[in-house]
Write a protein that binds this ligand. Structure first.
Ligand code: IPE
Ligand code: MG
Length: 229
């Protein structure tokens, strides 16, 4: 969800105005994805690198998360959406942490759709934490390092139990992953939009899915026609 700040700047407004508009776009996107029958939607809400922004902007982003959860959790729950949170939790303030836990607990039995909020998330941090936990298992003698494969390792990631993304969409014109789901994106398709996140809506989502449907995914194999010949 990139480009909130530039969207606001273009209108001569403070960046916070863009973040607020970004939350509105997020709200519409979750709704739109549900209507389209999408089962898993992951949003990159706050990265482990976003702490380097001015303190006032970090505070604005934290406040917006609180407002989003307080205001939208009920509707999300009513719609049968299950909320998952990935990212480093320990260093978050207690109030943010308990809101995230509340969202997960309240929605744990919902099955219509899954929304994964990446908050204080960075892939390198996630992979490092996973490696440390796995190493602890090995040194405790609970795990044989010779028998460990990628399917075992990924059980230690924050995304254990969450399917890898088929499609990753980034708005705002930048064409990079910025520490998002590095492991999980191994075979994801990418769609980049030049416009800013607050302008994203259900029809952008439909357009991205249409582009995705025209891609040929081979997962390192051969395409069906070549294989048959
Ligand atoms: C939203 O856009 C991203 C976050 C939620 C942190 P930005 O805040 O990165 O906006 P730009 O890229 O500066 O325009
Ligand atoms: Mg940005």
């Amino acid at each position: 969800m990139d480009g909130n700040g530039r969207w606001a700047q273009m209108r001569g407004k403070p960046r916070a105005f863009g973040h607020e508009a970004g939350v509105e776009a997020l709200r519409n996107t979750v709704r739109g994805a549900g209507e389209l029958g999408i089962k898993w939607l992951t949003v990159y809400a706050f990265s482990s690198e976003n702490w380097s922004r001015p303190r006032s902007e970090v505070r604005d982003l934290m406040t917006l998360l609180k407002i989003f959860i307080r205001r939208d959790l009920k509707e999300i729950h009513r719609e049968g959406v299950r909320v998952h949170v990935i990212g480093e939790r320990e260093s978050l303030s207690a109030d943010i942490r308990s809101l995230l836990e509340e969202a997960e607990k309240l929605t744990v039995n919902n099955v219509n759709m899954n929304v994964v909020i990446a908050f204080n998330y960075g892939s390198r941090d996630e992979i490092t934490r996973a490696a440390i936990r796995m190493a602890a298992g090995i040194s405790a003698g609970n795990l044989d390092p010779k028998a460990v494969g990628p399917e075992d390792f990924e059980q230690y990631l924050d995304t254990a139990g969450i399917p890898d993304p088929d499609l990753i969409i980034r708005t705002g014109g930048e064409q990079r992953l910025s520490n998002f789901l590095l492991w999980q994106a191994a075979y994801s398709e990418f769609v980049f939009f030049p416009f800013f996140w607050p302008d994203f809506n259900k029809s952008s989502l439909v357009e991205a899915i249409h582009t995705f449907s025209e891609r040929e995914r081979r997962f390192g194999g051969l395409d069906a026609k070549v294989k048959a010949s």
